[in-house]
Design a protein around this ligand. Structure first.
Ligand SMILES: *Cc1c(COP(=O)(O)O)cnc(C)c1O
Length: 473
């Protein structure tokens, strides 16, 4: 029975992956139609596993976004490498609870190995520890929480014992261009969004150093500074070298949100962008984005592993007595029971090797550069960012068109409706911009060319429609 079931899944998976390059990437049906495809009856006695799986497949089919297609450029998504998918299947089959050594020695020892590999690839302090979490949101939450505990400890306040009531005021500083998950992290750790001190950013989204310096001089009490490696729109990096020095002189804990940008350290050509980052106190990074493993997989890396280990010290009685020589990975994360994410990371890094990770990163960056060059040949297109990494931000200002925001939005809608590539919009400096994130492992020059053709055609159609409406008026 199990075999028959898994055979269905293998067949469906192969069909899916083989057809993905030719599929329309986005969705054609309305919400109501998508819901109608799902058999929503919950029965008393259930049905065969096979028919349940077939229901799942038929219900999902039309509602899937095909981000496994190499011309999907939305968010910062990335595909899923075959080796990672295979290891992910095994992770489910083995069903290991990665909580403590006793619940899965395998999870524990693979976490240890992956921890040392990641520190080596990202060239971060060897003494650091890594917590394997769902993604950069949780990584930012853990990093900022440890920052809070540490800066309050220095002010003779033990958060674990005393909580936050009547605790000294903490100054949380980040840039106006930080990711929304920093704000959520601050809210979840009980410091309140209103208490975030925002420093302005330059045209690439980098923190304004002078303003930070002035702010630090005014701050009384404990300070946390949150920096960014890889702005989600521009791919830009804060100036770590000088900012971290400045922040540490004021006794601050420095956290870096490097959800995708931290991977620049794996590339000889791009590592310089992160210069000085290794002096920070904690770093967040995702694997499900640029390393191209399936959702979900992120990491929180903390220089002071002793402080990290205190993140969650309580251990369930049934887990037995702690043995300090064995890794209890859940102590480093907010979860108790956990998926064993290290299996996928192990197999992926083993398959790619140091050079494979470097090639993955450099390919995305050179395709982004190719986009920059090609886009500039289209009349009216303006590149809005300095293309330093894998992100390209641009807008179209057609001559004689009064409302560029609507135009850019319509071009994106058109591209998504046609579906041979997927490009979304964002708001940049108060205007609608189009954004391309090259994060799929197999995006190549042919994809770029095809995408450029699609963009040109969408612009042409939009202009034609506009002119015909004008004529009617
Ligand atoms: C994507 C992203 C996050 C959030 O990551 P999740 O994996 O979605 O939790 C945080 N910061 C930056 C810069 C990002 O790009």
């Amino acid at each position: 029975m199990t075999k028959e079931l898994l055979d269905i899944v293998i067949k469906e998976s192969m069909q899916y992956l083989e057809s993905c390059p030719d599929k329309k990437i986005g969705i054609s049906e309305s919400y109501e139609e998508l819901c109608r495809n799902i058999d929503q009856k919950l029965t008393d006695n259930g049905e065969s596993a096979e028919s349940a799986i077939r229901s799942l497949i038929s219900g999902a089919r039309k509602a899937l976004i095909h981000s496994q297609n190499s011309r999907y450029y939305g968010f910062v998504i990335g595909g899923a490498l075959p080796v990672a998918v295979a290891a992910d299947w095994l992770t489910s089959v083995w069903d290991q609870n990665g909580q403590v050594y006793e619940s899965s020695p395998a999870a524990s020892i693979f976490e240890e190995t992956v921890e040392s590999w990641i520190l080596e690839i990202l060239d971060l302090p060897k003494e650091s520890s890594i917590g394997f979490v769902t993604g950069a949101q949780m990584a930012n939450f853990v990093g900022l929480s440890l920052a809070r505990n540490s800066v309050l400890q220095k002010a003779s306040w033990d958060v674990d014992e005393q909580g936050l009531q009547n605790a000294p005021h903490i100054n949380v500083i980040c840039s106006e261009c930080c990711h929304g998950t920093i704000h959520s992290g601050v809210r979840m750790m009980g410091l309140g969004k209103k208490n975030i001190k925002m420093v302005s950013a330059d045209c690439e989204g980098r923190m304004n150093k002078m303003e930070l310096q002035l702010l630090l001089e005014k701050c009384k009490g404990p300070v946390i500074v949150s920096l960014q490696a890889g702005n989600v729109n521009t791919g830009a990096f804060d100036d770590f070298e000088s900012i971290i020095k400045m922040a540490h002189e004021h006794g601050a804990w420095v956290h870096v949100d490097g959800a995708f940008g931290l991977w620049a350290r794996a590339s000889g050509k791009h590592k310089h962008l992160t210069s000085g980052i290794e002096k920070a106190d904690s770093w967040s990074v995702d694997a499900h984005k640029w390393l191209n493993v399936p959702y979900d997989s992120g990491m929180i890396i903390v220089r002071n592993s002793e402080e990290h280990l205190k993140f969650k010290t309580s251990r369930c009685a049934y887990a037995g007595d702690p043995d300090d020589s064995k890794r209890d990975g859940s102590a480093l994360t907010p979860e108790n029971s956990r998926r064993s994410r290290a299996f996928v990371l192990y197999a992926t890094l083993k398959a790619l090797g140091r050079n494979g990770v470097e090639a993955l990163v450099e390919n995305s960056c050179s395709m982004a550069k190719l986009f920059e060059v090609q886009l500039q040949t289209i009349p009216g297109v303006k590149i809005l960012n300095d293309v330093v990494l894998n992100q390209v931000l641009f807008c179209i200002n057609p001559e004689g068109y009064a409302d560029p925001d609507t135009f850019n939005k319509s071009v994106s809608d058109r591209l998504q409706a046609k579906g041979d590539c997927w490009i979304g919009t964002t708001s940049w400096e108060g205007k609608v911009a189009l954004r391309i994130s090259v994060s799929h492992y197999s995006t190549d020059a042919r994809d770029v060319e095809q995408t450029i053709r699609s963009i040109k055609s969408a612009i042409k159609k939009e202009l034609q429609q506009h002119h015909s409406i004008l004529k009617e008026v």
